[in-house]
Write a protein that binds this ligand. Structure first.
Ligand code: NDP
Length: 332
């Protein structure tokens, strides 16, 4: 419903109309099919939103929000109406890397429980394929061999999970439910046990976790503190034959050191979903490593509709001056 105020300017009186009248523009950085579905789902929910994909050097001054997968190269000019930055996934490293976002801008991420389940599925798939020797079984099938090896006990294959956020927790719990002895590593101190998952905390505890991990699962956020957390010396602390699964961010691990440890036989194998350069270049060494499973950053998509709704809810809360859910940090 529309009426006029004393100045004659349009005055929207339904709360939804007020909201729509105030929606201006969203700056979008990044492109892929998943992201396109997120933007379509936002547009279905809020047709009034204007998306700007090509920011160039002069984005519109009325931007209210910023959605980012990868940081734009260009520094942004002052954007006085900017309310928050929004990651269409669990990580905010893409937003943290954005040059020119105003210092202190709230950064919001998506916490989709289905994404956590999918990450648990991905990691469990990689651990079980290795633990149950799926490749060897297929080779024997091709050779028409019927060989019944006795299984080793899961307790002989401890799993270390670095990071106990929504994804690390779901993954650690799923592996523990499959019978593995799981130790999760966090930054801040916690109770030593969370159900059937043991917890180790702090930098001093890391060496112990590494030294006992037959499987090492990396599910940490990428921050200044965690970048290249696993270099050559920490990789060397893993037991010989250990299997590394990284489905978080490539820069957490020194890729060259990982490659060397795999080639030298110190590590038994790896499953990698994330790479320093994505898409992985055709001449990358990773494609041809026999003991490495390469997947194209597909371990755990959130649901596009869930992401879109989270964005719309965040925008409404920001416009109403309410505290934001899933606030993960601040720019600068
Ligand atoms: P969170 O950011 O919620 O992880 C938080 C955990 O990391 C906590 O246990 C926290 O410890 C710990 N942590 C943070 N900083 C440090 C530090 N400096 N040292 C030690 N521990 C630290 O991560 P999520 O569970 O949401 O996601 C995990 C990763 O997966 C992220 O990198 C995300 O980007 C990535 N991801 C990858 C996807 C893919 O498709 N490949 C999809 C979705 C996410 P404390 O609680 O003590 O602070």
């Amino acid at each position: 419903m529309e009426s006029a105020d004393v100045t004659g300017a349009p005055l929207f009186v339904s709360s939804d109309a007020v909201y729509r009248a105030r929606v201006t523009a969203i700056l979008v950085a990044g492109a892929n099919p998943f992201f396109d579905r997120v933007l379509s789902a936002i547009a279905e929910r809020e047709p009034g939103i204007v998306f700007h994909r090509d920011i160039g050097s002069a984005p519109p001054a009325d931007l209210e929000a910023f959605i980012c997968i990868r940081a734009p190269e260009a520094a942004l000019p002052p954007l006085p109406r900017l309310r928050f930055g929004f990651s269409p996934g669990a990580g905010i490293d893409g937003l943290l890397a954005c040059k020119g976002l105003p210092r202190g801008l709230p950064l919001v991420r998506v916490v989709d429980p289905q994404q956590a389940r999918r990450m648990a599925q991905y990691v469990a798939t990689m651990v079980l394929a290795q633990w149950r020797a799926l490749d060897a079984l297929r080779e024997r099938q091709r050779a028409r061999q019927w060989i019944r090896d006795l299984p080793a006990d899961e307790s002989s294959a401890p799993v270390g999970v670095l990071g106990y956020g929504p994804l690390g927790r779901a993954t650690a719990k799923a592996l523990a439910a499959l019978g593995f002895c799981v130790t999760a590593w966090t930054r801040s101190p916690r109770a030593a046990l969370d159900g059937d998952v043991a917890i180790a905390s702090g930098v001093d505890a890391l060496a112990g976790v590494l030294a006992t991990s037959r499987f090492l699962v990396v599910l940490l956020p990428l921050t200044d503190d965690t970048r290249r957390l696993l270099g050559a010396s920490r990789i060397a602390q893993l037991p010989r034959g250990a299997y590394v699964i990284n489905a978080s961010r490539a820069a957490l691990i020194d890729e060259g050191a990982l490659l060397d440890a795999l080639r030298a036989g110190h590590l038994g194998g790896a499953a990698l979903d994330v790479f320093a350069t994505e898409p992985l270049p055709a001449d990358s060494a990773w494609w041809t490593m026999r003991n490495v499973t390469v997947t194209p950053h597909i371990s755990a998509f959130p649901r596009p509709e869930f992401v879109a709704q989270a964005f719309v809810d965040t925008l409404r809360r920001a416009q109403a001056g309410e505290p934001l859910d899933n606030l993960a940090g601040f720019a600068g």
